[in-house]
Write a protein that binds this ligand. Structure first.
Ligand code: SF4
Length: 333
C-alpha cells in the first residue's frame, strides 16, 4: 500500500466528522516549521531566503505542540529548515505521536543517526527524505558532495530498523525524463514505501525562476511519472498526475494544508505569503479562501503545488465513481 491503512482510515473518519459538523474549510495536513535554519543551502529553497531575518528563531516546544491541537489536522508534516536541527525534535515527535497524529519528518537525512536513537518506530511516524535526482544531480542541487550517498545510507538504515520511509523529489527544468526513471527504479530497489515527485515551486521571493519547469515542459516529464506509477510506489494521486500532464484542471484548496512557523500561521498558502497570523482562527478570518480556490491571484498562475491540489483531490473523493475507483486502486496497489 502506498499510504498506511491506518492513516487512510483516520483521514476518512476525520473528513466525515468535519462534513457532519458542516465545516467547509478544514485542514488535512499541518506543515509545521519549528525553525527555518538548515545545514544545507539548496538551489530553489525559498524558506532560507524568505526567513533570513528570523533564521535563528525556534518555536518553543509547547507552541509547536499547541499548533497541532489548535488546527486539529490528522497529519503533521514537520519541515523547515531542517527539522532535525530543532532542539526539541524528539519530544515534539513523541508528543505528536501521543496525540495520534500521523507525523512525517521531512529531512535531508544528515542528522538521522542521532534522531533514531531517541525515537522508536511507530505506526504514526514516517520519514520523507529529500532526494532530487541521482548522485550528480542531487549533490549539485544541495550544493554539497556526498549528500546523495548519505541519503541512500540513511534510507537503508531506516528500513533496517523498521521505520516507514518516503522520498520527496522535485523535478526541475534540467531533470530529464530518463533520470526520473532511473531515480524511481533506484528508490524502488531500496524498498522505499512511497515516492512523491513534484514540479519545482516558483517561490515568490526567488528570482532565479529559470530552474523551474515551464507549463509546456511539464506534460512530457509527468507522463513518464504517470507511467512509472503503474509499477512503482509513486504516491502522487492519479488525479493530480492528470493535472500535471495537462489532461484536466483542478481548483486549489490551500486551507487543506496550513503552515505554522516561528512567526505565526502563514497565509494564504505554503507557497505565497500575505502575512503571518497569531492564531489559526485569525488566518481563516483574514483569508478569502474562495479567491485562492479559484486561483485568481496572479501568483497562482504557474502553481502546481501538490499541497494545494492533492487537497482538492481528497475533498472531491466520492464525487466521481471513475475517479474514486482509480484512487482506491492506486492506494491499494
Ligand atoms: S494555486 Fe498555488 S499559489 Fe495559489 S493558493 Fe493554491 S497553492 Fe497557493
Amino acid at each position: 500500500m502506498r499510504i498506511p491503512l491506518r492513516q487512510m482510515i483516520d483521514l476518512g473518519r476525520y473528513m466525515r466528522r468535519q462534513k457532519r459538523l458542516g465545516e467547509k474549510y478544514y485542514p488535512l495536513v499541518l506543515m509545521l516549521e519549528p525553525l527555518h535554519a538548515c545545514n544545507l543551502a539548496c538551489v530553489g529553497c525559498g524558506r532560507i531566503v524568505e526567513y533570513k531575518d528570523t533564521i535563528r528563531d525556534q518555536m518553543p516546544l509547547e507552541e509547536a505542540l499547541a499548533a497541532a491541537t489548535e488546527c486539529g489536522a490528522p497529519i503533521v508534516s514537520i519541515c523547515g529548515g531542517e527539522p532535525l536541527m530543532y532542539k526539541h525534535i524528539a519530544p515534539l515527535t513523541q508528543g505528536l505521536i501521543e496525540q495520534q497524529r500521523h507525523t512525517m519528518i521531512c529531512t535531508n537525512a544528515i542528522l538521522l543517526e542521532r534522531f533514531v536513537k531517541q525515537v522508536a518506530p511507530s505506526p504514526y511516524l514516517s520519514f520523507n527524505i529529500h532526494i532530487d535526482g541521482m548522485r550528480e544531480t542531487h549533490d549539485r542541487v544541495v550544493d554539497r558532495d556526498g549528500i546523495f550517498d548519505k541519503c541512500v545510507a540513511m534510507i537503508r538504515m531506516l528500513k533496517d530498523k523498521g521505520y516507514r520511509v518516503q522520498t520527496n523529489s522535485t523535478v526541475f527544468k534540467e531533470t530529464s525524463a530518463e533520470e526520473i526513471e532511473e531515480l524511481v527504479r533506484f528508490l524502488g530497489g531500496l524498498g522505499v514505501d512511497g515516492m512523491l515527485l513534484t514540479p519545482g515551486y516558483h517561490y515568490q521571493v526567488l528570482t532565479n525562476d529559470d530552474i523551474y519547469l515551464k507549463s509546456e515542459e511539464m506534460p512530457y516529464k509527468f507522463h513518464k511519472v504517470r507511467k512509472l506509477a503503474e509499477d512503482y510506489k509513486i504516491i502522487n494521486t492519479p488525479i493530480y498526475l492528470d493535472y500535471l500532464v495537462g489532461e484536466r484542471d483542478l481548483l486549489c484548496s490551500p486551507w487543506t494544508t496550513v503552515t505554522r512557523n516561528p512567526r505565526g500561521w502563514k497565509g494564504p498558502c505554503y507557497l505565497i505569503t500575505n502575512g503571518h497570523y497569531q492564531s489559526f482562527k485569525e488566518l481563516h478570518g483574514a483569508t478569502d479562501w474562495e479567491f485562492y480556490r479559484t486561483k485568481q491571484d496572479i501568483r497562482c498562475r504557474n502553481c502546481k503545488l501538490h499541497s494545494g491540489f492533492e487537497g482538492t483531490v481528497a475533498l472531491e473523493f466520492g464525487q466521481s465513481l471513475r475517479d474514486s475507483w482509480r484512487m482506491v486502486r492506486h492506494y491499494l496497489s
